[in-house]
Design a protein around this ligand. Structure first.
Ligand SMILES: Nc1nc2c(ncn2[C@@H]2O[C@H](COP(=O)(O)OP(=O)(O)OP(=O)(O)O)[C@@H](O)[C@H]2O)c(=O)[nH]1
Ligand SMILES: [Mg+2]
Length: 243
């Protein structure tokens, strides 16, 4: 028999978990922002060009210090590649979970030291390669950056609307491959605009470097628009604020 009571209990529990996640996310966002750190939640399918985009944006950053948290189900391949380029990076492995959540980031931040001389920093958090689940969870970001690639096809905004609806910045990557594909840019943009009329969309290529200077400038502008707190506090657990 269908147990309505149990279904309701389950829904209540899921709501509580989401509330708790959002509360911690809000704390991370405020705390990092007050220290001049812009947090970027980078999302996109496996292989869409998330790590390539971080590398190229960092190359084009002029004023802020780059920091990276790599999220993967397993392995530290991307972290090793970034460190090889001299970029400060650390790894979170979820061992199965299809997205990062705010408690994972809160925990990771406790182990990171932010001793940068620059006035501002940009913390890129590469989420798990997945076009669905990461869009449902805030992890303390100021900016949701969606990586969508021409090789996935132009119908993705129609099939995976939430990721496009929530994005603040969309990088359309691998545009160097357009001559070999039948990507319909007009159809893609129509889908994006229907969900998110004002989102910034930048066409990028990791091969030619196209677009990444503009992406870096867009993010650095956001970083420098953060309002710093006069008195900096040390990082505290979000749950210690709950009484
Ligand atoms: N031609 C071309 N290839 C690209 C571009 N960007 C990324 N690639 C290639 O696409 C593959 C995946 O790129 P990554 O940057 O590793 O993608 P990712 O989204 O970080 O992948 P996961 O972390 O595994 O989900 C690599 O072989 C890249 O070299 C691009 O702009 N043009
Ligand atoms: Mg990657």
């Amino acid at each position: 028999m269908h147990d309505i009571y149990r279904d309701r209990k389950r829904i209540e529990m899921e709501e509580n978990i989401l509330d708790e996640n959002d509360r911690i996310a809000e704390h991370i966002k405020d705390h990092m922002g007050a220290h001049g750190v812009l947090v970027v939640n980078e999302m996109g399918s496996p292989g869409a060009g998330k790590t390539t985009s971080i590398k190229n944006i960092v190359k084009n950053m002029k004023k802020a210090k780059p920091l990276v948290i790599e999220g993967d189900i397993e392995s530290d391949i991307d972290t090793i590649a970034l460190k090889g380029l001299g970029i400060e990076a650390c790894q979170i492995n979820t061992y199965g979970a299809c997205h990062l959540d705010a408690p994972m980031i809160d925990h990771q931040l406790d182990h990171m030291h932010f001793d940068f001389d620059e006035e501002r920093a940009i913390l890129f958090i590469e989420n798990i390669g997945n076009l669905v689940c990461p869009a449902e969870f805030s992890i303390g970001e100021h900016v949701k950056m969606l990586i969508s690639t021409v090789t996935e096809g132009s119908d993705k905004p129609y099939k995976y609307p939430l990721a496009f609806e929530k994005a603040d910045l969309i990088l359309l990557t691998k545009v160097d491959l357009l001559p070999y594909l039948d990507f319909d840019e007009e159809f893609f943009m129509k889908g994006v605009r229907a969900l998110n009329p004002n989102v910034k969309v930048i066409k990028c290529s990791g091969k030619t470097g196209e677009g990444y200077a503009e992406a870096a400038a867009w993010l650095e502008e956001k970083a420098f628009a953060l309002e710093l707190h006069e008195h900096h506090h040390d990082h505290e657990h979000a749950h210690e604020h709950e009484h």
